[in-house]
Design a protein around this ligand. Structure first.
Ligand code: SF4
Ligand code: SF4
Length: 514
C-alpha cells in the first residue's frame, strides 16, 4: 500500500469513528416551550401535559431521554387503546422532533467543526485512498486476490461492514431519534440548500451522495481505459448529485414541492398516494408539470428508452440505487448467486413485488377518486405495510446492508418493481442484447463471476448465444473483464436478437441444435 493510501485509510477510519461516536454526545433537557413548538396544534395541550414529568430534568444520553419519553407517551396511549378510544390516541411519533429540540451537545454548538471531523475526514480519506490507485500499473481491470479478501469474500471484515450498514439502516428507518446529533451535524448544509431544518432523510441523502462521489473516483481508477465504464460512472455521479440531491432541495427553497425528476413509479411507490396527488394539484403550474412528467416517464419514457437502449439507460446510468450499487457496491459484485435456484427465486420475488405495487397503486387511485368511500382508511394500512416491508426493509436494510453478503444488486435483482417493469420490456421488445463470439471463449468464467445480476454469462458465450435477459442491467462489466473480447453490448435490429438454436456442447460432441 502506498503512503498516500495509508494516510487516506487512516483519515477515513478517524472520520468513521467520529461519525459513529457523535450520536452518543451531549445531554437532553425538555421544556414545555419545546413541546409546544414541536408538536401539532391539536396535540400541543395534551403532549405538554403527558411530558410534564420530564420538564427540567437533564438526561445524560439519548437512551435515557427516549426511554423516559416512551414511558410517559406510551402509558398515555396504551390506556386509551385499552379503552378502545382510538380517536383520542396520538398516532404521530414526536420522538425525533423532541429529541432533536432537547439535545444540547458540542455538535449542535459547532456543527461545521464536527461535520469536518466526521463526514469531511471520511470523504477526504476515501478520496486520498482512491485517487492514485493502480497508478504504477498498466491499464486493465485488477481483481487480484479478491477471493482471499476478508472484506470482499464474506470474511470477518465483510461481516462487520454489513452489520454496520444494517444497523445504520434500522436506526435510520425506525429509530431516527437516536441519530439526532448526526442530524444536527448537517443542519447548516440543509439551511444553506433548502432554507429548512435537516431531517434524517437529508443526512441520508448527503451521505449517500458523497459515498457515490468518493467511490465513483475508485471506479474511474479501477476501470480506467474503459470508456463505457468511465462514462457510466460519471453519469450516475451526476444524476445522484444534481437530480436526487440538489434539485429537490432547491425546489423546496423556491417553495415548490420536493421532487426527484428521475425517480419513476413503481420504484417511487408513493407517487400516486393521496397526499402526493394533493401536493401536485395544489402546487400550481410546477406541481402539475411534476405530475404529468412522472406519468409520461412511466408510460412513454420507460418503454421508448428501453426499446432503444435496454434497461441499462436507467439501471446503470441514472438510478440512485443503481448508482450506489455500481460505485460503493462494486467491490462486492462477485458475491451474486449464479445458481438456477437463485434465478428462479429472483423471477418469483421481483414480479411478486411488481404485482403488489400495481395492485396497491390501483386500489389507492380508485379510493382517492371515490372520495375514500371505496375502502376508507384501508389503503393507509396497505401503504404502511408496503413502506415497511418493501420500501424500508427490502430496499434499504437488505438492499444495501447485504452488499457484503449477497452482492451489490440484491434489491435491483430480487426486489425493485421498476427493474421488473423495465426487464419485461427489455426481454420482449427491445433492441438491446449482448452478442457473443463463442469461438473465442476460453471458458475462464470471468464474465459470470463479475456479473452482479447473477447471470451465468459464460454459459451463453460457450454456446455463441446472444444474452437477452430481463435482469441484465447492461453494466458492461462482463464484457470489460473478458480477456478474449467475446462479449459486446449492442443495440440492433430485433430480427435474430433471440437465438433459440444455440450450439450444444455435450460430453462427447458439439452439435447445432437445429
Ligand atoms: S450480463 Fe453483463 S452487462 Fe448484464 S448485468 Fe451481467 S455483467 Fe452486467
Ligand atoms: S470472460 Fe470471456 S472468455 Fe471468459 S468465459 Fe466469459 S466470455 Fe468466455
Amino acid at each position: 500500500m502506498k503512503t498516500i493510501e495509508k494516510i487516506g485509510l487512516g483519515l477515513f477510519l478517524i472520520g468513521l469513528t467520529v461519525f459513529t461516536a457523535v450520536p452518543f454526545f451531549g445531554t437532553y433537557t425538555l421544556t414545555e416551550e419545546l413541546v409546544l413548538a414541536n408538536t401539532k396544534d391539536i396535540h400541543q395541550e395534551k403532549m405538554a401535559e403527558i411530558l410534564a414529568p420530564m420538564y427540567g430534568r437533564e438526561f445524560g444520553s439519548n437512551f435515557s431521554f427516549l426511554s423516559a419519553f416512551g414511558e410517559n407517551f406510551n402509558t398515555y396511549n396504551d390506556n386509551l387503546k385499552a379503552q378502545q378510544l382510538w380517536d383520542q390516541v396520538i398516532w404521530d411519533d414526536y420522538g425525533f422532533a423532541l429529541a432533536k429540540a432537547a439535545a444540547s451537545s458540542p455538535v449542535r454548538d459547532n456543527p461545521w467543526l464536527w461535520l469536518g471531523l466526521s463526514i469531511g475526514l471520511a470523504v477526504l480519506g476515501g478520496y486520498l485512498y482512491n485517487f492514485r490507485q493502480y497508478s504504477d500499473e498498466p491499464t486493465g481491470i485488477k481483481n487480484n486476490g479478491i477471493f482471499h479478501s476478508k472484506l470482499k469474500n464474506r470474511g470477518w471484515l465483510g461481516m462487520i461492514t454489513g452489520g454496520y450498514l444494517i444497523l445504520f439502516y434500522i436506526l435510520l428507518y425506525w429509530f431516527p431519534a437516536y441519530l439526532v446529533n448526526l442530524v444536527w451535524l448537517v443542519e447548516p448544509v440543509s439551511r444553506m440548500l433548502s432554507g429548512g431544518p435537516a431531517s434524517q432523510w437529508f443526512l441520508y441523502g448527503l451521505v449517500y451522495t458523497l459515498a457515490i462521489l468518493v467511490m465513483g473516483v475508485r471506479m474511474f481508477r479501477k476501470y480506467r481505459g474503459n470508456k463505457y465504464q468511465q462514462l457510466r460512472t460519471a453519469s450516475v455521479m451526476f444524476f445522484q448529485t444534481a437530480f436526487a440531491f440538489l434539485i429537490p432541495e432547491i425546489l423546496v427553497l423556491l417553495n415548490q414541492p420536493y421532487f426527484d425528476f428521475k425517480n419513476i413509479w413503481p420504484l417511487d411507490y408513493d407517487f400516486f398516494y393521496d397526499y402526493q396527488i394533493s401536493t401536485f394539484l395544489s402546487g400550481g403550474g410546477m406541481g402539475m408539470f411534476m405530475l404529468i412528467w412522472g406519468i409520461l416517464l412511466i408510460i412513454v419514457g420507460v418503454p421508448v428508452f428501453t426499446y432503444f437502449f435496454g434497461k441499462r439507460w436507467y439501471c446503470s446510468w441514472v438510478c440512485g440505487c443503481g448508482g450506489l450499487a455500481e460505485t460503493v457496491g462494486d467491490p462486492f459484485r462477485q458475491l451474486s448467486d449464479k445458481s438456477l435456484k437463485a434465478w428462479k427465486y429472483e423471477r418469483w420475488i421481483i414480479h411478486g413485488v411488481l404485482v403488489l405495487a400495481v395492485v396497491m397503486t390501483a386500489v389507492t387511485i380508485a379510493n382517492y377518486f371515490s372520495g375514500f368511500s371505496f375502502l376508507g382508511n384501508f389503503t393507509n394500512q396497505l401503504h404502511s405495510f408496503y413502506g415497511f416491508a418493501i420500501g424500508s426493509a427490502f430496499a434499504g436494510v437488505v438492499g444495501t446492508g447485504f452488499y457484503p453478503f449477497m452482492g451489490n444488486r440484491v434489491w435491483c435483482r430480487f426486489g425493485c418493481p421498476l427493474a421488473a417493469y423495465l426487464g419485461i420490456v427489455q426481454r420482449f421488445k427491445s433492441r438491446f442484447r449482448i452478442t457473443t463470439n463463442g469461438g473465442q471463449c476460453i471458458s475462464c468464467g470471468n464474465c459470470s463471476t463479475y456479473c452482479e445480476m447473477g447471470i451465468d454469462v459464460r454459459a451463453y458465450a460457450q454456446k455463441g448465444q446472444n444474452i437477452v435477459r430481463s435482469s441484465c442491467v447492461g453494466c458492461g462489466v462482463c464484457s470489460a473483464v473478458c480477456p478474449r473480447g467475446v462479449l459486446k453490448l449492442e443495440n440492433g435490429p430485433e430480427e435474430n436478437r433471440i437465438i433459440d438454436l444455440p450450439i450444444i456442447i455435450g460430453n462427447d460432441s458439439i452439435k447445432l441444435n437445429a
